[in-house]
Design a protein around this ligand. Sequence first.
Ligand SMILES: [Zn+2]
Length: 199
Amino acid sequence: MYEGVVQDLIDELGRLPGIGPKSAQRIAFHVLQADPTDVRRLAHVLTEVKAKVRFCSVCGNVAQEEQCRVCLDPRRDTTVICVVEEPKDVVAIERTREFRGRYHVLGGAISPIEGVGPEDLRIRELLSRLADGTVTELILATDPNLEGEATATYLARMVSAMGLKVTRLASGLPVGGDLEYADEVTLGRAFEGRRLLDV
Ligand SMILES: [Zn+2]
C-alpha cells in the first residue's frame, strides 16, 4: 500500500480491463515520473472522450454526433447490415475496406456464464431496423468464439421468418479469438467468402 493519492491512482488503474495490480503499479509510477504536460494531455483526453463521444442512435457505434460517420454517409449501402459485438469490431472491418454497408453494434455477446442474455444486447433495436424491409442481407460478424457463435445462431433464428439473406463470416478467422485480432487480409477474405446460414 502506498500513501493517499498514489494508492488511489493504482486502484483506479487496476479497475481498467486487462490491467492487473503489477501493471497498475508500473503505470502509476510512470505517471509520477512523466512530464507534467504529458500527464495533463492524458487527463484532458480522458475527460474529453466522456464529454464528447456518445453512441450512435441508429447502430450503437461510437459517434461524435447523434449518428455515427457510417450511418451519416449517404454512399453506404442501406440494404446490408453487418452485426458486430463492439465498436472496435467496426474499426477492424472498416480497415479491410471490403464492406460498404452499415453496421449494428450489439454491445456484447450472449454469455450465460457472465449473465449476459439477449435482452442485454441491442437486439430489439436491430429488429426495428429490419422492420421496413430495406435491409436484404444481414451479415453476422460476431466473434469466432463460443459466445459469438451462440449469438449468431440466436439472431439467425430470430430473423429466420423475415426472408432475409443471413450470412456468417467464412472460417479461417482465428477460432476462439476476437474479431479485432484478425489481420486485415484474413478478415477481408472472411468477408468475401461469407456463407449463407440456414436455420
Ligand atoms: Zn451509426
